[in-house]
Design a protein around this ligand. Structure first.
Ligand SMILES: Cc1ncc(C[n+]2csc(CCOP(=O)(O)OP(=O)(O)O)c2C)c(N)n1
Ligand SMILES: [Mg+2]
Length: 611
């Protein structure tokens, strides 16, 4: 029986005492060797005082492609490398990726599936890991190397994928190889402490960046996920404070600097605060630290029009973007190196104080938006996302530091990017590289496994919830408690608004705009649905009830789902920036032709600005 507590002391599984032969080898199957090897990999603890396993465990759904080989091996080593059963291969890979993200890429998990659909269900998650630069080890089963029983059940013939190009690593394990024994050198399995690679900056790249900075009067920092993954948050604060440089955060970078730091302008770009976007537009130098500079950050390349961009990134491909000056290095090492060499230079004092004033104004607006009085006299008005975010954060005095909010797609990422107040690194966990519907609950599970002492709050739209929710059952089984707040606006609200912003008719997004049979659209009872998977759950009628329900959820000992009906049309007006979505050149619709004219005006303005 594999029934064990989640956070256990590492013990030795009874079956692992494989004898080392006189010639220093151990006879193991390929699957046993892989698992034993993974279990031996270690990494320094966060506080640097010791070591812990690199792999937090293996998520597994078995099929004929992995149950006999890897499945048998995982059982043997179940105490050294715990196995967790999930309900959907894509979702469990999301959980594994979120575990790594919540650990700032210091630790990771592996995932094993059968062959065929189990394996191909990993493709989306592999892309997500690749886009977000997050590690995960994928171990799908594979067809026989011997080709003797070829093609086997579920085999996709003539299918090739170049896994070597991906961020996530995929080791496809042929069934027969998993089961084949070999005499492995015993030292292959000796515990090994992995040192994470942190490339130091090179002098001539630093010199070029310093020359730009020393000439800058109006600099700003764009903090991306690399600040968190590179453990550079202290270095960022020290650098920004010493030189008076305002900071704006990308989705992956949010929580790099505390929300109430005087230099924190908040979110940047398409989902940015007014102050951050104004500063970005006026800046003469943008220090882009650990960011991929995707279109939401750059306003589809219309935001940093006057600035020289310095790209600090461990990944050359990301450092080189925006035709900037490159510092290909670890974020912390690069910031420390720049800081120690800049000496007497300072950002223009008027620039710094103007930025601080804009940062302060934004904090006031955020407070107002998240504390708005609810309901109009005599009328019941549905809350919108800002009201819900306010209620969730108000429900604990320590929300900014002790909660981790998890999200990925829909209306919420924009609202959370603007409005969530994150008081310490990692308090904000939004997957917006791939913005994959279905990451939310599965990702919440991974974040909880990584940070069991924190309250993990998944905020999710009805659409994403319906796309992937089965890891609620996993979270109940593992005792990995989540709070899931479902914002039910009866359809794909954000795409419906985008469709109309592009001149389109409301069509096929909200239930009311879809083809329906005689029974009409279902009135989905999310609370009942979640209860059926073992969670506690309730539906609340308004924001006041939500605040009270949040108290019950925080006190609960298991996953707690709260659903609330929300307004599908309303979003936060303040802030934001243009985002390029191509509008049809010809259309029968007047609205589309208008939207096209507006689109062309933006394109030509961008052309002029970038000249
Ligand atoms: C897997 C996947 N499919 C489609 C999309 C495109 N998409 C982005 S948001 C969205 C609708 C989200 O609906 P919901 O979760 O209800 O959030 P809402 O915008 O209504 O608040 C869609 C279809 C996506 N991001 N991911
Ligand atoms: Mg919705």
């Amino acid at each position: 029986m594999n029934q064990r507590a989640l956070h256990h002391d590492v013990t030795t599984s009874p079956e692992t005492a494989a004898q080392v032969s006189a010639d220093g080898t151990i006879r193991l199957t390929a699957a046993q060797a892989v698992v034993r090897y993974l279990a031996a990999q270690r990494v320094e603890t966060e506080d640097g005082t010791g070591t812990e396993p690199l792999f937090g465990g293996v998520f597994a759904i078995f099929g004929h492609g992995n149950v006999a080989g890897l499945g048998e091996a995982l059982y043997q080593y179940r105490h050294e490398l715990p196995t967790y059963r999930a309900h959907n291969e894509q979702a469990m890979a999301h959980s594994a990726i979120a575990f790594a993200k919540a650990h700032f890429r210091r630790r990771m998990m592996a995932v094993t599936t059968s062959i065929g659909p189990g394996a191909t269900n990993l493709v989306t998650a592999a892309a997500l890991a690749h886009v977000n630069r997050l590690p995960v080890l994928l171990l799908p089963g594979d067809v026989f190397v011997s080709r003797a029983p070829d093609p086997v059940l579920q085999q996709v013939e003539d299918f090739h994928a170049d896994a070597a190009l991906c961020g996530p690593v995929t080791l496809a394990m042929p069934q027969d190889v998993q089961a084949t024994a070999y005499d492995y050198p015993a030292d292959f399995f000796a515990p090994r402490v992995m040192k994470l690679h942190a490339p130091a900056p090179i002098e001539h790249e630093l010199d070029e960046a310093l020359a730009i900075l020393r000439n800058a009067k109006q600099p700003m920092i764009v903090a991306g996920g690399g600040v968190l993954y590179g453990h550079a948050t202290d270095a960022l604060k020290a650098f920004a404070t010493r030189y008076g440089i305002p900071v704006a955060e990308t989705q992956a970078g949010k929580s790099a600097l505390a929300w109430d730091d005087p230099l924190n302008l908040g979110s940047l770009g398409v989902t940015g605060s007014p102050g951050a976007n104004e500063i970005a537009h006026d800046a003469d130098c943008v220090l882009a630290v650990g960011t991929r500079l995707q279109d939401f950050t750059t306003g589809s390349n219309t935001l940093f029009t006057h600035a020289k961009v310095i790209g600090i990134n461990a990944n050359a491909f990301d450092a080189i973007k925006h035709r900037g000056c490159i510092v290909q290095a670890d974020a912390r090492l690069a910031l420390e190196a720049l800081s120690s060499r800049l000496e007497s230079w300072q950002a223009d004092a008027a620039w710094t104080s103007h930025a601080q004033q804009r940062a302060n104004e934004w904090r006031d607006i955020v407070h107002k938006l998240t504390h708005a009085p609810q309901g109009v006299e005599g009328k019941s008005v549905l809350p919108y996302d800002a009201d819900v975010i306010g209620a969730v954060q108000r429900s604990s005095a320590r929300s900014t530091t002790d909660d981790i909010v998890v999200c990925a797609a829909g209306t919420l990422p924009a609202e959370l990017h603007k409005l969530w107040r994150a008081g310490r690194p990692g308090a904000y966990h939004v997957e917006y590289g791939y913005s994959c519907m279905g990451y939310e609950i599965a990702g919440g599970l991974g974040a909880k496994l990584a940070r069991p002492e924190r309250e993990v709050i998944v905020m999710v739209g009805d659409g994403s919830y319906l796309m992937m929710n089965s890891e609620i059952a996993t979270s109940v089984m593992l005792g990995a408690k989540l709070i899931v707040v479902v914002l039910d606006n009866r359809g794909y609200g954000c795409i419906n608004r985008l469709q109309q912003a592009c001149g389109g008719a409301p069509f096929n997004n909200m239930f009311d705009d879809c083809v329906q049979g005689a029974p009409g659209a279902p009135n989905i009872d999310f609370a009942a649905h979640a209860r059926a998977m073992g969670a506690q759950a309730e539906h609340v009628a308004n924001v006041h009830e939500l605040e009270a329900a949040m108290q019950r959820a925080r006190a609960a000992d298991r996953t707690y789902v709260i659903s609330i009906d929300t307004d599908a049309a309303r979003t936060t007006d303040e802030g934001g920036w243009w985002w390029e979505v191509a509008v049809p050149e010809v259309s029968q619709r007047e609205g589309v032709r208008k939207a096209r004219a507006d689109y062309e005006a933006h394109i030509s303005a961008r052309g002029k600005d970038n000249e």
